[in-house]
Write a protein that binds this ligand. Structure first.
Ligand code: HAM
Length: 413
């Protein structure tokens, strides 16, 4: 019996992995231009970390986490909580007033798998800690937009503000009263959420619920002066940087830690899994996790599987395979033996592959072609006797004799 990968867990095989590498290379370049530093974090954390930050009443914490119940540890469902835990643990706030950090890696959520939705998926997560300046919000969204543009991916940016602990309770009360009047027409999930997490009723995807919520009060009209001013300045910042966005009063996000700015990068090319990236502000979360008071923060995460799907849909191949500088075709035991030593020497500066199994020259030329080798070095008995191999340029088909020494070959390829 074959053993297969778990449902929702996927291998990334050669042929596809090049797109992932391309994605990461472009992203790292953009992050560096915006002066972000990388942080690497563990996959397992105390369950309490996620319960306290993401929220007990969220889908993620209620039903999607992979938890070792007896050990009270969980495989991270997202990176923000872990990153903040590390920020506090290592007193990173003491090193710089504003920390700009990113991390890349796998996350785990027990969701129903479908196109663009996996149980192990990967995020590029970016966080700025220590500033509540609305320019930071605009700058982060502009960076996301720049990265997606450089990848050739078209998205729209949707923006909302969720207010703060001062203005949200009054809005929440109004919303609950609006929902209560329509409760019988809402789906069972929304009926439950009307008590546990009423804001989430706003982004229910069930058409009947959407219709009912169409006229719901908008949080944007219930912001306190501080939040309203902040929201206006975020929008002004986006306009200054030429980032196109639209306001979406229904966007509330599935994690409880947000306040003020929330945003999503949306694609129309992936069916139901439309969000390729999302995030927002979470002032107060650092303190909730035991860090210093008044440490604001904002960030977002891009879903790498979804970005790779979009790259695959592009007509032009984004990247070619890693390619190969040289394929050494040894003919006969002595030829292979000489090639074996040369390959090792040349690999100090160039990529080299060879066949160790004594296959025919024809078969080795096929392998070289398939690997995209730029040159092939042929070494048979005649070449060994003369001390010169045949070096073939696979593009021009020109051949030359070259001394069978590492430096001589390196000089020719
Ligand atoms: P999130 O909206 O849960 O936010 O996830 C961010 C992105 O990760 C989504 O927009 C999507 O592209 C991708 N994603 C989420 N779940 C899956 C899945 N099951 N399969 C494939 N891709 C998925 C967060 O995780 C927040 N921590 C973002 C953040 C950072 N907020 C502030 N800082």
């Amino acid at each position: 019996m074959k053993i297969q990968a778990l449902k929702g867990f996927k291998d990334i095989v050669p042929g596809e992995v090049e797109l992932w590498q391309h994605l990461e290379t472009v992203a790292r370049d953009v992050f560096a231009r915006f002066h972000f530093s990388e942080i690497r974090l563990p996959i397992l954390e105390e369950t309490e970390l996620f319960a306290r930050s993401i929220g007990e009443a969220t889908d993620i914490v209620e039903k999607e986490m992979y938890t070792f119940v007896d050990k009270k540890i969980t495989m991270r469902p997202e990176a923000t909580a872990s990153l903040l835990r590390a920020y506090i643990e290592h007193s990173l706030y003491a090193q710089k007033p504003v920390q700009r950090l990113f991390t890349i890696g796998p996350m785990f959520r027990h969701e129903r798998p479908q196109k663009g939705r996996l149980r192990q998926f990967h995020q590029m997560d970016i966080e700025v800690l220590g500033s509540e300046n609305p320019r930071i919000d605009a700058e982060l969204m502009a960076m996301g937009a720049m990265l997606l543009k450089e990848l050739g991916i078209t998205v729209s940016l949707e923006l909302n503000s969720l207010g703060c602990p001062d203005c949200r309770p009054a809005y929440r009360a109004q919303l609950v009263s609006y929902i209560t009047d329509r409760l019988p027409s809402l789906c069972s999930d929304c009926q439950r959420r009307s008590v546990t997490n009423p804001l989430r009723v706003l982004d229910c995807k069930v058409p009947a619920c959407r219709e009912q919520m169409e006229g719901a009060p908008s949080i944007q009209e219930h912001l306190c002066d501080g939040c309203s001013d902040h929201f206006q300045k975020v929008q002004a910042g986006l306009r200054q940087l030429g980032v196109v966005f639209s306001l979406n009063k229904f966007m509330v996000r599935g994690l409880d830690y947000y306040c003020r700015t929330t945003f999503e990068f949306i694609t129309s090319d992936l069916g139901a899994q439309a969000a390729v990236g999302a995030g927002g502000r979470y002032d107060g979360l650092v303190e909730t996790l035991g860090g210093p008071k008044n440490t604001p923060g904002i960030g977002f995460a891009l879903g790498m599987e979804r970005l790779v799907l979009l790259l695959q849909q592009q007509e032009t191949a984004v990247t070619e395979g890693a390619g190969l500088d040289l394929f050494i075709a040894g003919i006969g035991e002595q030829g292979v033996h000489a090639g074996f030593g040369l390959a090792h020497e040349i690999r100090t500066v160039r990529s080299v592959a060879m066949d160790h199994e004594g296959r025919s020259l024809k078969s080795q030329m096929k392998q070289a072609n398939k690997a995209g080798a730029r040159f092939v070095l042929i070494i048979g008995d005649t070449e060994l006797a003369s001390g010169h191999g045949i070096l073939r340029n696979m593009k021009t088909e020109e051949q030359q004799n070259v001394l069978l020494s590492g430096p001589a070959i390196i000089g020719c390829i």
